[in-house]
Design a protein around this ligand. Structure first.
Ligand code: AMP
Length: 596
């Protein structure tokens, strides 16, 4: 095992020392902590229906667990989860009552997956949050001398038939007492008032968060959002709304479009007329030049706190443009199912980000992942999963978790590569999420969903005796919000009666209607995704695409049209063959309630 014995640097202050010591303890003893965590989960859940079904018989050791409990996906657990959602309060997955469902951005049958959680889980997650600043303080001094401008939002929530709340994990966190009554911490002072973060209307929330960020611009030492896409949406918002924002600052009167009473009340305390600041904002924003706008308006910003690993890497060049290349700190790796770990070198380059899983968060196993030889899971020949302490540097694995809330050997769907160790704990580069073709924000669209969308849209072409002969797709993030682009090659049987522009626009909408609820929510409620676009290309374009791939070494026998493209020469080829462009004319349907 390659062991990185470089200890963390000395803590910035006494308070941080405890947190850093905790990280050292977890990473030095990760195998024994894991053994303890598993025993704890299995003993408290021994009487659950799930563990009894698999005849674990109260055993709490790894060998019994691994030989008796199957490795599962969400679909395997769905019947159990549905019963909990419908009101069955017996101990099905967890001996502790399920307090709410966390709705994942991963979907199943078009709907967000429902992840059961228990009250005490917030403490565990809070503990992970509490480690982030002590680590950051090792690299960036004086973060207690100013504020963080973070764009944080709550999203729509729904209720299951039995009345349990179902909402995204961060919405649950911001609405929890843990967040609202958090003790004062000089390293965690935000410009956004809680009232703005908790405002459910995304325009009003963003407007007031941006306004406060502008008012306190010189105090801002770090800026962030959960994902890179969120921070870029905020910059786009500033591009669209700087006139009104500066008007509010000039007059000291809040835009009447902000109607939320608690936000208005809070802003009345914060917003005072300041014509110098208003003039400054007008001067910086009125031109066409948005290069380095972040450091021009917020000159003391030391880094951007946003996740740019995984699908978010596509936003790095745009963030660099707006910030003049400020460091991008990816601090944490987490999911609705479980929070996993943190980046112990948060100021490293995005390409070097590795996350260290904290062994106390759950029990972690790893399914070796070799794209050339995918493992076929079957009950008869159970796969051999590897424990956290036994992973090999350079190898890729799929993450499998067992949580306090009752998920057992659950495949998260993330592929990770081991890059090294901190003490005895492995560190991981996030490689990708399995089966994701397109992603702009939290949405994750797979090939099957896109195919279904194309089929639905193709039905509209029948009356024109036209069919889609080939297609591919692209996540276009050059303009914020980004949007999906679908390249279509059509076979029009009757050139005298081709599909009309309106019908092709409707095809865009038909594809959107077929996509999952996270996509549609991004389009409708969050405005994080722009209207879907179809670019019709000249006949023969996809054959040229094949010729190009073959000229670069692809096998003619094995060639398959890529269903998603991003390689610049291929994009150039496709774009040079476009004959018409169409956009979705309306937003697709979306409501917080689930369809099933
Ligand atoms: P959700 O359940 O909606 O919170 O989504 C969790 C998923 O987001 C994870 O399983 C990852 O696929 C992705 N994710 C979370 N944190 C990171 C990160 N730091 N880098 C890349 N992807 C991440």
């Amino acid at each position: 095992m390659a062991v990185d014995s470089t200890p963390l640097a000395p803590p910035a202050c006494e308070n941080d020392a405890k947190a850093l010591q905790f990280i050292e303890d977890m990473t030095r003893n990760c195998d024994s902590v894991q053994e303890k965590v598993l025993a704890e989960i299995l003993s408290r859940n021994a009487q659950t229906e799930y563990l009894r079904d698999f005849k674990l018989g109260g055993a709490t050791d790894r060998d019994s667990f691994k030989s008796k409990i199957p490795v599962v996906t969400y679909e395997d657990l769905h019947p159990y989860i549905q019963r909990i959602a419908n009101g069955d309060r017996s101990p099905i997955l967890s001996s502790h009552p399920i307090s709410e469902f966390l709705t994942s951005s991963g979907t199943s049958a078009g709907e967000r997956k429902l992840m059961p959680t228990i009250h005490e889980e917030w403490d565990r997650r809070q503990k992970l949050y509490s480690l982030l600043m002590p680590v950051m303080n090792l690299y960036v001094p004086d973060l207690d001398k100013g504020k963080g401008l973070y764009f944080l939002f709550v999203k729509a929530e729904a209720k299951t038939p039995s009345g349990l709340v179902a909402r995204p994990v961060l919405t649950g966190y911001y609405k929890s007492d843990k967040f609202k009554n958090r003790p004062y911490d000089p390293y965690l002072v935000y410009t956004s008032p809680d009232e703005a973060i908790l405002c459910a209307d995304s325009f009003q929330s963003m407007y007031t968060q941006m306004l406060c960020g502008l008012l306190m611009r010189e105090e801002v030492l770090r800026m962030g959002a959960v994902f890179a896409s969120g921070l870029l949406r905020a910059i786009r918002f500033l591009q669209l709304n700087w006139k009104q924002l500066s008007e509010d600052i000039k007059t000291g009167v809040l835009n009447p479009k902000v109607t939320d009473p608690s936000v208005r009340k809070r802003l009345a305390e914060i917003l005072k007329p300041n014509s110098d600041l208003a003039d400054f904002i007008v001067k910086e924003c009125e031109g066409q030049n948005w290069d380095r706008i972040i450091t021009r308006i917020w000159p003391n910003t030391k880094y951007l706190d946003v996740i740019v690993t995984g699908a978010m890497a596509q936003y790095i060049p745009t963030l660099d443009y707006y910030s003049g290349g400020l460091p991008l700190a990816c601090t944490m790796y987490a999911s609705s199912e479980c929070y996993f770990g943190l980046n112990l070198k948060p100021m490293c380059k995005p390409s070097e980000v590795s996350y260290t899983i904290m062994a106390n968060m759950g029990y972690f196993e790893f399914l070796p992942h070799d794209p050339a030889n995918p493992v076929q899971l079957s009950r008869d020949s159970p796969p051999k999963l590897v424990d956290l302490a036994d992973l090999k540097v350079g190898k890729e694995y799929e993450l499998v978790i067992t949580t306090y809330a009752g998920l057992c050997r659950y495949r998260v769907g993330d592929i990770l590569r081991v890059t090294g160790f901190h003490n005895s704990a492995p560190q991981f580069k996030f490689i990708r999420r399995k089966n994701v073709l397109l992603s702009i924000d939290a949405d994750k669209t797979d090939e099957a969903e896109l195919q279904k969308g194309i089929e639905n849209a193709s039905a509209l072409l029948r009356e024109f005796d036209t069919r889609v002969v080939e297609y591919t797709s692209y996540a276009d993030t050059k303009i914020i919000p980004g949007h999906y682009v679908i390249y279509w090659e059509l076979l029009v049987k009757d050139p005298a009666n081709p599909p009309t522009h309106e019908v092709l626009n409707q095809c865009c909408l038909a594809i959107e209607e077929a996509l999952n609820s996270v996509y549609r929510q991004g389009r409708v409620a969050d405005n994080s995704i722009g209207p879907l676009e179809i670019r019709v290309v000249k006949n023969g374009t996809f054959e040229e695409l094949m010729d190009y791939a073959i000229s670069r070494g692809a096998s003619i026998n094995q060639y398959k049209v890529p269903r998603c493209v991003s390689f610049a020469p291929i994009m150039e080829l496709l774009d040079s063959r476009v004959v018409s462009v169409h956009y979705s004319p309306a937003a697709p349907h979306w409501a917080p309630e689930r369809r099933r």
